[in-house]
Ligand binder design. Structure first.
Ligand SMILES: [Zn+2]
Length: 283
């Protein structure tokens, strides 16, 4: 499932093909993904210029010159393909239309943006740009982890009465936007905090130490995603999936990477999701 860095990478990949360009044609090939598409979606996109792309949490937002914003959510299995223009050093010809190509945007520069989603957990919506923060998918989302509103004071205040495990608290999108299972596991390892510790029972100093580590882990992953774009050669032009080197995520049974630690990484299940951690280094 794409997390914030993957979404940021997809955004960076489609931006050169979309920003400043007019959507010449919008093919909407079915009535819905996870939810129904907005009414008259094709007509509301056609002929509109894309002013710019942004990301909020795991949503890509494309502001149009009509005063509306196209919200794109990749969901579990959504894939964005760019063809007809160069991405990094590579030019992908238009693919043969495939099953599950649910939305295809034909840009006036010849680029084609294809949204393919076999499982249809993705979503697209059109929202009023001026009031977008009130949209039901956005209004309850906490601050961006890489933004100024997310700082040590904020996180200590939000977590000091949270009795849930720190792992669950950091996955709570109302506390911080866009953090998912993979990066929370990495953050807790780097800060030495055990995933089952109750948030309210962790000292303010240790909670504060999470903030720079969250920024660091996400920034490293975004940089890795950026490199993957520069060296973008997947045959079908798919964006946003790149090689990570994780220290604990999916490393069950492997030796801990901490110098002098002889333990192996363990896996437990919390709220139905795997947590990976070192029983020695994380307390
Ligand atoms: Zn260890």
């Amino acid at each position: 499932m794409p997390e914030l860095p993957e979404v940021e990478t997809v955004k960076a990949g489609i931006a050169p093909a979309m920003e400043g360009q007019i959507i010449a044609q919008a093919d909407i090939n079915r009535p819905d993904l996870r939810w129904p598409f907005p009414e008259n979606m094709s007509a509301r996109l056609t002929g509109k210029r894309v002013l710019g792309l942004r990301r909020r949490s795991k949503y890509i937002l494309a502001d149009l010159d009509s005063g509306e914003t196209l919200l794109i959510h990749l969901g579990m299995s959504g894939r964005m393909l760019v063809s007809g223009v160069k991405v990094g050093e590579f030019h992908h010809p238009h693919p043969v239309p495939a099953k599950h190509d649910h939305v295809v945007l034909h840009m006036d520069n010849g680029a084609r943006i294809t949204f393919n989603d076999a499982r249809r957990f993705g979503a697209m919506d059109l929202l009023d740009t001026a009031t977008q923060e009130d949209h039901w998918l956005i209004r309850d989302i906490g601050p961006e982890p890489l933004g100024n509103a997310f700082d040590e004071t904020y996180l200590v205040e939000r977590l000091k009465r949270k009795n849930s495990p720190i792992k669950s608290a950091l996955l709570d999108q109302g506390i911080v936007a866009g953090l998912g299972n993979i990066y929370v596991c990495e953050v807790l390892f780097r800060t030495g905090i055990h995933p089952t510790r109750k948030a309210s029972q962790i000292s303010a100093k240790r909670i504060a130490s999470l903030v720079p580590v969250i920024r660091e882990v996400l920034s490293e992953a975004i940089a890795a995603g950026g490199s993957s774009l520069r060296d973008y050669r997947q045959s079908d032009g798919e964006l946003g999936y790149f090689q990570h080197v994780f220290q604990v995520y999916d490393q069950e049974g492997k030796p801990c990477v901490t110098d002098g630690c002889k333990k192996t990484i363990q896996r437990i299940v919390q709220s139905g999701r795997s947590s990976f951690f070192c029983p020695q280094c994380q307390r």
